[in-house]
Design a protein around this ligand. Structure first.
Ligand code: SMG
Ligand code: MG
Length: 368
């Protein structure tokens, strides 16, 4: 049993090495909430993956999550008394929705509880690998030449799968150019819900490029339309934004809305629900892989532990620290020449933010 005694919330801002453009916006900085949960014998960390500025990826954003964490979820955890690590979600079950805010404290509490017992998150989750295969997600560029240069650079570093962000009008030609330059690589695209079923022709055209998958082409709430699209094309659909829970994954699979699921623990309410999504997909023989939200080393450590579970059979968006930051908040995560990354093995998530960098990059702090 573990008891949360104090919580610190931070907002940190780290410049990105290059802007990251998706169909819904461009980020030049990684801004996120970090939570530190102190227990009697340890402290644990969680990172919130909600957007800065406005809710663009999902219905959550930093200012909303901050208020919820400070005024509702934080006090609920501090009032919950003794909890087992795998029972912490119950402290937040009276709050509907808001999985990204909840994940911040679920993950921080689990990390603290595991550190108290000296157990690594990876082994506690049931990880079977000590290295995971890594891909990279490449943002939309102004020109095809720029995109090719970035893709070539990442392939040289050893990444095992390239994912291209697409948007209406910046799709078939771009993908065709990259495929022509690299006929044999594992290539996928991610539309971040920017299309409708009327664009089915775009996806039929993409069938020519033998993509590993097309990620979240249609509206995030529309499983039925994804099922209709999956019937009209050969390439496998993968869902990201649409999957907020294991129940969503079960529904999507039942409907035939996808053949692959992107698991982001922050999107589904934390590492416990992420493992349930994994289990649902594995039982249905649906491949999963670990998504990314440009996390700092705190969230990246957690993603790597999750990605080491047996159902994660495709390379994830778990790229090296240097793909995002000049300097990470933790010790940097590096890509091995074979395109894999080591899973942290220390207690809990196995890494800590550097205190000096945390202090320097914090823009807001709240102690509960
Ligand atoms: O962490 O490398 C990463 C980013 C991976 O493409 C990525 N994430 O829809 O999968 C996705 C996007 C969402 C990020 S929006 C800032
Ligand atoms: Mg995505």
């Amino acid at each position: 049993m573990t008891t949360a005694r104090a919580i610190d919330l931070y907002i940190v801002a780290l410049p990105l090495v290059r802007p990251f453009r998706t169909s819904f916006g461009t980020s030049t900085e990684k801004i996120c909430i970090l939570a530190r949960v102190r227990t009697d014998h340890a402290e644990g960390w969680g990172e919130c993956v909600a957007d800065d500025g406005y809710p663009g990826f999902s219905g959550e954003w930093i200012e909303g999550a901050w208020a919820l964490l400070r005024d509702v979820l934080g006090p609920a955890l501090l009032g919950a008394g003794d909890l087992e690590a795998d029972a912490v979600e119950a402290a937040f079950s009276f709050v509907r929705g808001n999985p990204m805010a909840k994940a911040t404290l679920v993950d921080a509490f689990v990390d603290a509880a595991l550190r108290e017992h000296g157990i690594s998150l990876a082994s506690w989750l049931g990880a079977e690998r000590d290295h995971v295969a890594c891909g990279v997600s490449v943002g939309i560029t102004d020109t095809t030449e720029e995109l090719r240069a970035q893709v070539d650079g990442y392939l040289d570093e050893g990444y095992r799968r390239i994912k291209l962000k697409i948007a209406p009008g910046i799709d078939v030609e771009r993908v065709g150019a990259i495929r022509a330059a690299h006929p044999d690589i594992r290539l996928s695209v991610d539309a971040n819900a920017a299309y409708t079923l009327e664009d089915a022709g775009v996806f039929r055209a993409l069938d020519a490029y033998e993509l590993l998958m097309i990620e979240q082409p249609l509206h995030h709430e529309d499983l039925v339309m994804h099922a209709a699209l999956q019937h009209r094309i050969v390439t496998s659909l993968c869902l990201d934004e649409s999957i907020r829970s294991a129940a969503d994954a079960a529904a999507a699979i039942e409907l035939g809305a996808c053949r692959i699921v992107n698991i982001k623990q922050g999107r589904v309410g934390g590492v416990l629900e992420a493992r349930r999504v994994h289990d649902v997909c594995r039982a249905a023989d649906v491949a999963v892989w670990c998504g990314g939200m440009l996390e700092t080393g705190v969230g990246r450590a957690l993603n790597l532990a999750l990605a080491a579970l047996p159902g994660f059979t495709l390379p994830g968006d778990t790229s090296a620290s240097r793909r995002y930051f000049h300097e990470d908040l933790t010790a940097p995560f590096d890509l091995a020449p074979d395109g894999t990354m080591a899973v942290p093995r220390g207690p809990g998530i196995g890494v800590d933010p550097d205190p000096g960098r945390l202090a320097a990059w914090t823009t807001a702090h709240e102690h509960l």
